[in-house]
Design a protein around this ligand. Structure first.
Ligand code: NAP
Ligand code: MG
Length: 400
């Protein structure tokens, strides 16, 4: 008897090797066991081209409407792709378009398996990182100072009030100058997305800034984040989520000796740097998922890696591939678990836990794709793309 998923899920198909995997995962691991309706959007690069990218906009709106989406990796066209597919133009990144429409924050989450040990030996559970992807040094103005002169920070009120003017530096010789900003609205959206996601995962929420040095800018982040935490106190308490603020240096020091299992909210630059550190520390891009969380609650789940182009060309030539479907499977289980939680259908959540356990046990018993064989410890048995999914299916069936 198939398990009934009460409400529909937005399904966004994509490109190349991940599109092949997408179909396999649905046919072998999901649709035989679930009675689920998906609202399907095909974001194949040719469809985006044919619709002048309107399909991407519609997919994002559908996620806002239905509350949960799952997305396959997609090509972000460059010059070479325009040639390859005969496109009208270099369409923007679908992820960027969807993120803009949902006003979302992206969280990266590693999948931990025992035989691919993190480089940091205390890490036992995932450390989930959320990056505030607006403003600061990523939306700055800079001046190369040629020689002596005054660098100033000026704010001119739109209502005709008196400008505020501060001297940054009286230059005696050449130097460099930078102006950055952020907005209260964006910081609140970011804080709210972090709160939503920590509640959905029931994990502690950390935030760090450099408020001892930056007593206005960083302190504004700290205080705005705290106000949102206070506003959602009842929801956080109900989910047992603890909020922890500390100086960014202290947060970094603690991360390196913690067992994990928390959500780390980071300012833009910290998130850029620290997400790469965590991704490499947890072992493999193919074991990393990514979740886009809108401050209003909708979530979109996907694998963090791309379309695995080289494997696709090998596949087209009829060669045997060994592409890792783990992050794609976890994108689906993440989305279905969220759906199950919103719908209050524990049997759906239970199915996702069994499927995730089947994947982890398959890898921990040594059956894995080529990318993991090179980083795993202990005995390994290299599986093909289809062989790995088949091994997961066998373990899943034993649990159902
Ligand atoms: P990629 O698809 O992530 O692959 C880079 C390399 O990483 C692969 O060639 C492969 O290495 C390895 N790899 C990644 N995922 C793997 C998996 N699941 N199993 C096994 N190996 C894996 O990045 P890319 O080749 O730079 O980008 C290809 C396309 O993806 C681009 O058109 C880009 O625009 C798009 N992209 C989309 C997203 C998204 O939709 N979220 C994200 C990033 C990139 P080996 O070849 O050494 O085996
Ligand atoms: Mg980076």
């Amino acid at each position: 008897m198939a398990i009934k998923v009460k409400n529909p899920l937005v399904e966004i198909d994509g490109d190349e090797m991940t599109r092949i995997i997408w179909q396999l995962v649905k046919d072998e691991l999901l649709f035989p066991y679930l009675d689920v309706e998906t609202i399907y959007y095909d974001l194949h690069v040719k469809v985006r081209d044919d619709t002048d990218d309107q399909i991407t906009v519609e997919a994002a709106k559908a996620i806002a409407q239905y509350g949960v989406g799952v997305k396959c990796a997609t090509i972000t066209p460059n010059g070479a792709r325009v040639q390859e597919y005969g496109l009208k133009k270099q369409w923007p990144s679908p992820n960027g378009t969807i993120r803009g429409i949902l006003d979302g924050t992206v969280f990266r989450q590693p999948i931990v398996v025992k035989n691919v040990p993190p480089t940091v030996r205390t890490w036992k559970k995932p450390i989930i990182i959320g990056r505030h992807a607006y403003g600061d040094v990523y939306k700055n103005q800079e001046i190369l100072v040629p020689g002596p002169g005054k660098g100033e920070l000026v704010f001119t009120p739109a209502d005709g009030g008196e400008p505020t003017r501060l001297t940054i530096q009286d230059f005696k010789g050449p130097g460099v100058l930078q102006g950055i900003h952020n907005t209260e609205k964006s910081i609140r959206s970011f804080a709210r997305a972090c709160i939503m996601y920590a509640i959905s995962l029931r994990v502690p929420l950390w935030f760090g800034a450099k408020d001892t040095i930056s007593k206005t800018y960083h302190a504004f982040f700290r205080d705005t984040f705290q106000e949102e935490v206070d506003a959602y106190k009842a929801e956080l308490d109900a989910a047992g989520v603890v909020y922890f603020y500390t100086l960014i240096d202290d947060a970094v020091a603690r991360v390196m000796r913690h067992e994990g299992g928390f959500l780390w909210a980071c300012m833009n630059y910290d998130g850029d740097v620290m997400s790469d550190m965590l991704a490499s520390g947890f072992g493999s891009l193919a074991l990393m998922t990514s979740v886009l969380v809108s401050p209003d609650g909708p979530m979109e789940f996907e694998a963090a890696h791309g379309t695995v182009q080289k494997h696709y060309y090998a596949h087209l030539k009829g060669e045997r591939t060994s592409t890792n479907s783990t992050a794609t499977i976890f994108a689906w289980t993440g989305a279905l678990a969220r759906r199950g939680e919103l719908d209050d259908t524990p049997d759906v959540v239970d199915f996702t836990k069994k499927l995730e356990a089947a994947v982890i046990e398959t890898i921990e018993h040594g059956t894995m794709t080529k990318d993991l064989v090179s980083v795993a410890v202990g005995p390994t048995d290299q599986a093909s793309t289809e062989g790995f999914i088949g091994a997961v299916k066998a373990r899943l069936e034993a649990k159902l």
